[in-house]
Design a protein around this ligand. Structure first.
Ligand SMILES: NC(=O)c1ccc[n+]([C@@H]2O[C@H](COP(=O)([O-])OP(=O)(O)OC[C@H]3O[C@@H](n4cnc5c(N)ncnc54)[C@H](OP(=O)(O)O)[C@@H]3O)[C@@H](O)[C@H]2O)c1
Length: 431
């Protein structure tokens, strides 16, 4: 039986679920892997907080840095589940790998910003810095890319990488509620906090995860600045109901590909065909589709957050280190990472959905149509939707493929027309 000494910093949703998993599944792990996990020490902010396991059974360290040497013994693996982008999380991980201690973390924010430096230090010190839990919680997408489809050329990765925004969009649709109302409900139920919701709703959390997927897919240097990010702040219940009539759902989609040898990494709301699996990944689920030169579509869907699913991913990294099946944190050497330029997405063509509220007066529809024709924007469908307001009405348009730069400059001009009453919603359509 092989013994692995572990220290865990951070005992919140994931850290506590990890201790619980180790306690409850010890026999299973012993049996399947001849592995005995020994927790040398724990650290969190508040020792007296009630947790789902009995803290008194373990050695407690108020300062997480003290976990790097417990009674003179360094752990085989330090698990970082505190979650700050920098501060103690970064200091702890950096100190551990510099001291030749393997690290497992779920901290996508830290890796998206400082991964480039941290993976280099880990490799120089011949230790692993593993992060399965950092992307899509319980879905094993990192190991899939690193170990299983390693030999494939990745054409595109796209997916729903943030559970909170998916929960909000799904609940808006199912309960016909406004964005603000659903967000307040989510905060009251403890799904998200003020600070977290900014990261989630602004698209930054999904972009952190996409940064890591982009690096694994294209051996790209880990550079958060390659991302183009737009959150879901402007999505209204009207948009959701209109697009449904057109056969679509709105999802916050993160996608990356290599175009003209530049990185296109985008997180923004998109229209997804209503019958596609991703349109039906509802609630807090995450979903990822990978297209490669050998696989037309590899679709993964599951719980992208929550203590137990994420702890299960953390444990898979503990097992990987214990069995030393791979010798590189990223699946290849840090020195192979390539510096790419950011692809200018204004040159990308897409179909678009537009919603505009106009004065309810004769001839408006034909004015808009001729304006679009004059500006070479080809309309696929146009719908005038009556609602309760007698003075105004919404018009919904879907376009044929057009470059976003061309559409945006025309939309700016349309917004100034005297019969346009509101901000124009503009969402690309996935096809
Ligand atoms: N939650 C998920 O579903 C999920 C999914 C994927 C990845 N992740 C990632 O996993 C990590 C942990 O997430 P989580 O949801 O478990 O976070 P969490 O519930 O907020 O827990 C954070 C833990 O860090 C401890 N902590 C805070 N400041 C500390 C300090 N200065 N020194 C020592 N401990 C400190 C807290 O202590 P107290 O408990 O005493 O307050 C708490 O136990 C994050 O990087 C997150 O992005 C989470």
């Amino acid at each position: 039986m092989k013994n692995i000494n572990l220290c865990i910093a951070g005992l919140g949703n994931v850290g506590s679920a990890l201790v619980d998993l180790i306690e409850k599944n010890t026999e299973l792990v012993n049996f399947k892997a001849d592995l005995n996990i020994n927790i040398l020490g724990l650290s969190a902010k508040n020792k007296n907080k009630k947790r789902i396991f009995d803290v008194s059974k373990y050695k407690w360290f108020q300062n997480p840095l003290d976990l790097l040497s417990v009674d003179g013994l360094a752990p085989d693996i330090l698990v970082e589940l505190i979650g700050y982008e920098k501060d103690i999380s970064y200091e702890l991980v950096k100190s551990a790998i510099k001291n030749k201690i393997n690290v497992v973390t779920g901290n996508k924010a830290m890796l998206a910003k400082y991964g480039q430096e941290l993976f280099k230090i880990a490799e120089e010190n011949k230790v692993l810095l593993l992060f399965e839990a950092a992307v899509a919680g319980g879905i094993p997408v990192i190991k899939t890319l690193k170990n299983i489809i390693f030999s494939n050329k990745i054409k595109k990765i796209s997916g729903i990488l943030n559970g909170t925004t998916n929960y909000i969009l799904t609940t808006m649709e199912l309960e016909n509620k406004s964005f603000g109302d659903v967000l307040n409900d989510a905060k009251q139920k403890g799904f998200t906090s003020d600070h977290e919701s900014e990261l989630d709703i602004g698209g930054y959390d999904a972009a952190h995860k996409l940064t890591l997927l982009t690096s694994l897919a294209y051996s790209a240097q880990i550079d958060f600045n390659l991302n183009q990010i737009e959150g879901i702040y402007n999505i209204t219940i009207e948009d959701i109901n209109f697009v449904k009539k057109l056969g679509y759902k709105i999802k916050l989609i993160s996608e990356c590909s290599l175009i003209e040898n530049k990185i296109y990494a985008s997180t923004k709301p998109k229209l997804i065909p209503i019958n596609s699996p991703m349109a039906n990944a509802n609630g807090a689920l995450n979903a990822i589709n990978i297209e490669t030169d050998h696989l037309e579509s590899l679709y993964l869907e599951g719980e992208g957050a929550g203590g137990p699913p994420t702890a299960s991913s953390v444990f898979s990294d503990i097992l990987e280190i214990s069995s030393k099946s791979l010798t590189k944190s990223l699946g290849f050497s840090y020195s192979k990472l390539i510096k790419f330029e950011k692809f200018n997405s204004s040159n990308l063509e897409s179909k678009y959905f537009l919603r505009v509220r106009v004065k309810d007066q004769p001839g408006v529809l034909s004015k808009i149509t001729s304006y679009f024709n004059d500006n070479n924007i080809s309309i696929e469908k146009i719908l005038q939707i009556p609602d309760n307001d007698s003075k105004s009405m919404p018009i919904v348009i879907t376009t044929h493929k057009i470059k976003s730069s061309e559409l945006l400059s025309s939309v700016k001009k349309i917004a100034d027309l005297e019969f346009i009453l509101d901000k124009i919603s503009l969402i690309p359509i996935e096809y």
